[in-house]
Design a protein around this ligand. Structure first.
Ligand SMILES: Nc1ncnc2c1ncn2[C@@H]1O[C@H](COP(=O)(O)OP(=O)(O)OP(=O)(O)O)[C@@H](O)[C@H]1O
Length: 812
């Protein structure tokens, strides 16, 4: 892979203290970070104790980076590959791995027997104990109650994450995103209040109680690790690169700056994308300035805007999600994404009534995808662990091997479908992503609103979905069960598809005020109507059939019974309007399998119907004339529309060329001319108008007549002289062998002479006739072009030439 100019510049930048690499999802931040390690090692490590640290947030990402780079070693033997194994000066670690190490040293130094606990039962029992103990002292503080224990724990966690060590500081600090108090939520945490006092006391009591059990929680472990780093001169890193730095807490960031060896050629690089900050206690992700942790980033930020990972279609849908979120757009480090021109399938969205249907869909798709992809290229993602575990069990039962990418070292290369939580997929990518269970209540998680205000929860969870969507290289599936997440409605439905190979968009309800064909609908409130209107909208917007080609309640005769097709798509064939597609709709989610026979029997009533669609909004089946399931129906084509032009052929007798002549039905002066021999269109012509004065038998008037009603519009170069040109309609068939038929129009130039062989309008005994002119001495032979008729031989004096035919216009 060749880095782009901006990426290369960043990789090879002279280290100069601190810097920030901001970038959108998939813009190569991690790629750049990894390559920069090798650059720094080669060019900017001068002493034996010059160490380089790349720190990531979660374990899955770390494992993935290692996996990717082990692969690189095989494929790209070269400088970047040498670093990972056996280089003692380079470390790639999660923030927790390093901090645990420092915590252990802290314990040893103080001879403490503390253990870190993640056991939520112990943690909740301890906070309840602490609440009980303080209730008497703070009897007027309603918040100090067991029912608010998760809120209180979260607040204590936050206090520790920010490194707030005394009550005074806590009393003064702004709480971003804290719930402002609703019906079931705790009250707002006013500054300098008894409530804050009580919470701080609670924190101290809770810590003491845990410690008495020989335990510390995770956030206290972080604090002690920081203390160790500050108090004891330990291993330091000359260069530190912090990937996903927007997710770290203040304490974690302070810890990293403490273990940074501030050498003149050293560096600390923050790699961040605030649009992907998905942890509520993160420090920088909440839009705080780097100055709050001691770094002024003015002039030190580099930006990567191009998303290389996903296709344009997926990127557009993902950006649609964040572009209305004020909190995201208003963040100081927001980077506007730029699209690269890499196209693929639009994201697919499916809704299911139950888990089993979703599972069956995954099974069917995965079995199909197997023809193009390896199983390890596919990853199923859900918000919660229990959801992915259920899907994994289901797929295994169906014979599809799976592996869950938990914190343990997963085998990325194992031939199995990956499953991972939304939080853990951060930083990873797969060719095919299924975002499962985008359900109402799961995303956003409404329970979380107790703890943080609704807007903050919405933004965080919206970002989570954004992170999930931007993990897909090529194909993105999204699905919801029972009730879809409200975020799905924020994505423009036009960016989504129902299936991989169908243009059909997912079902979307349409307002009754927007209903089409309202006068033909018996009950606008019926549940089937909702589905019909969505299909009508799809036929018009997605498949481009105009309203005029659609009919509702289209009557068909089945033997003695009359049936009514919900929607018939009609097309024009040889000026006839014929049914082409029949659509049958059912109530939302009731199933369609039973209705297939009915649709087929309707289709069989007309040999013209080529396609059938059956849908209940959840399931859609498209069949061809033989009842076979197919992927899609054709979009409307120009030939399906009623003819808007008159078509004629013009035989120009002056140059013996034949032209196609098209005339707009609405505006007769708009004509198009094409030379049949060369197939070339003539440049748009400004036609002249030639009067149609009657039929051949009437001949051409000798005198000029001013008023005519009908005209033929022809290019000027078809006539000899405009004022002397007239049109006559052919009545008889005497010239049929010259290709001049009754009903044709002939262009005639008024003249009294003719050359032998000219077709003329001759007047004999005051009757006009069209014949071929052939002078024979004092006689004139007027030859018909039809064996049925005899030539007429006349004395030249008795024949009056009225005009010469210069061209023939024939309707086709
Ligand atoms: N210049 C490039 N040309 C082609 N592909 C690139 C380029 N830069 C990065 N990529 C590819 O784009 C994908 C995303 O890169 P990477 O994971 O480094 O991005 P990121 O910014 O860290 O993403 P995220 O923040 O979303 O995790 C990877 O598959 C990477 O190989």
């Amino acid at each position: 892979m060749k880095l782009n100019v901006e990426q290369r510049k960043i990789v090879e930048l002279e280290p100069n203290g601190h810097m920030l690499i901001k970038g959108v999802a998939g813009s190569g931040k991690t790629t750049v970070a990894l390559r920069r390690i090798s650059f720094l090692q080669t060019h900017h490590c001068q002493e034996n104790d010059d160490n380089i640290l790349l720190v990531t947030f979660n374990r899955t990402l770390l494992n993935y980076i290692e996996y990717q780079y082990k692969k690189l070693e095989d494929e790209e033997k070269g400088d970047i590959a040498t670093w990972i194994n056996g280089n003692r000066n380079i470390a790639i670690k999660t923030i927790n791995q390093i901090m645990i190490g420092y915590f252990n040293s802290y314990k040893k130094r103080h001879n403490l027997g503390l253990e870190v606990t993640l056991d939520s039962r112990i943690i909740y029992a301890t906070i309840d104990q602490a609440i009980d103990q303080l209730q008497e002292e703070f009897s007027n503080i309603k918040l100090l109650a067991r029912k608010y224990n998760s809120f209180l724990l979260d607040e204590i966690d936050w206090i520790k994450s920010c490194g707030i060590l005394d009550e005074d500081t806590y009393q003064q600090i702004d709480r971003i995103g804290r719930s402002t108090g609703g019906q079931n939520t705790p009250q707002k945490l006013t500054k300098n209040s008894q409530t804050r006092k009580a919470i701080f006391k609670l924190k101290e009591r809770y810590d003491q109680l845990l410690e008495a059990k020989g335990l510390v929680d995770f956030k206290t472990m972080n604090l002690l690790a920081l203390r160790q780093a500050e108090e004891v001169e330990g291993k330091k890193y000359t260069h530190i690169i912090i990937d996903e730095s927007q997710d770290l807490t203040k304490i974690q960031l302070q810890f990293l700056t403490t273990i940074h060896a501030k050498k003149p050629y050293g560096s600390i690089t923050f790699v961040a994308d605030n649009t992907q900050s998905i942890y509520s206690h993160s420090w920088l992700g909440k839009g705080r300035a780097y100055t709050t942790i001691g770094y002024d980033m003015s002039g030190r930020a580099r930006v990567l805007t191009k998303n290389y990972r996903t296709t344009t279609e997926i990127s557009k849908a993902a950006y649609g999600l964040i572009e209305h979120d004020e909190q995201i757009l208003g963040n100081i480090d927001y980077v506007k994404p730029a699209l690269i021109d890499r196209h693929g399938h639009a994201p697919i969205y499916r809704f299911f009534l139950n888990n089993e249907d979703q599972l069956q869909f995954f099974k069917k798709e995965i079995n199909q995808l197997k023809q193009e992809y390896r199983l390890e290229d596919i990853c199923i993602v859900a918000k919660e662990k229990r959801l992915i575990e259920d899907i994994a069990i289901g797929l295994e039962k169906e014979g599809i091997p799976t592996k869950i990418l938990h914190d343990r070292k997963p085998d990325f290369a194992k031939e199995a479908v990956n499953l991972v939580t939304m939080h853990s997929i951060k930083g990873l990518e797969f060719k095919v992503i299924f975002l499962a269970h985008l359900d109402d209540g799961v995303l956003p998680n409404t329970a979380q609103v107790d703890v943080e205000d609704e807007e903050t929860v919405n933004t965080e969870e919206r970002k989570l979905l954004y992170v999930g969507m931007t993990r897909a290289n090529e194909l993105l599936y999204m699905s919801a069960v029972k009730a879809p997440s409200k975020f799905l409605q924020e994505i423009d439905a036009n960016q989504l598809r129902f299936n991989r190979d169908t243009a059909l968009r997912p079902f979307q309800p349409i307002a009754i005020s927007e209903y089409k064909f309202a006068d033909k609908i018996a009950d606008v409130n019926s549940k089937e109507e909702l589905i019909r209107q969505w299909m009508i909208q799809q036929l018009i917007q997605t498949y481009q059939y105009p309203d005029s080609l659609l009919e509702v309640e289209y009557g068909v005769q089945q033997f003695s019974k009359r049936g009514y097709v919900d929607i018939a798509v009609m097309i024009h064939v040889n000026d006839k309007k014929l049914p082409y597609i029949f659509v049958e709709v059912k109530k939302f989610g009731v199933g369609i399998a039973d209705a297939k026979d009915q649709l087929i029997s309707y289709m069989n009533t007309s040999k013209h119907v080529q396609y059938g669609i059956l849908t209940d909004g959840v399931n859609t089946m498209i069949i061809d004339r033989n009842g076979e399931e197919i992927n899609d129906i054709p979009k409307c084509q120009p030939i399906f529309l009623p003819e808007t032009k008159y078509k004629s052929i013009y035989k120009n007798l002056r140059n013996n060329k034949v032209y196609d002549y098209l005339q707009d039905k609405e505006d007769l002066e708009i004509i198009e001319i094409k030379d049949q021999a060369t197939d070339l269109m003539q440049d748009p012509v400004q036609p002249i108008q030639v009067p149609i004065i009657g039929n051949v038998a009437a001949g051409i008037p000798i005198e000029a007549v001013e008023e005519y009603q009908d005209f033929l519009y022809v290019p000027e170069d078809w006539v000899i002289q405009t004022e002397e040109t007239f049109v006559l309609q052919v009545t008889g068939d005497s010239m049929i062998e010259e290709g001049i038929r009754p009903g044709d129009f002939v262009l005639v130039h008024r003249q009294q002479t003719a050359d032998p062989g000219d077709i003329v309008i001759a007047v004999i005994d005051q009757n006009a006739t069209m014949k071929k002119y052939m002078p024979m001495g004092s006689q004139i032979l007027l030859l018909p072009a039809n064996k049925e008729y005899e030539p007429i031989s006349m004395d030249a004096d008795n024949v009056l030439i009225n005009g010469k035919v210069i061209g023939v216009m024939q309707k086709v």
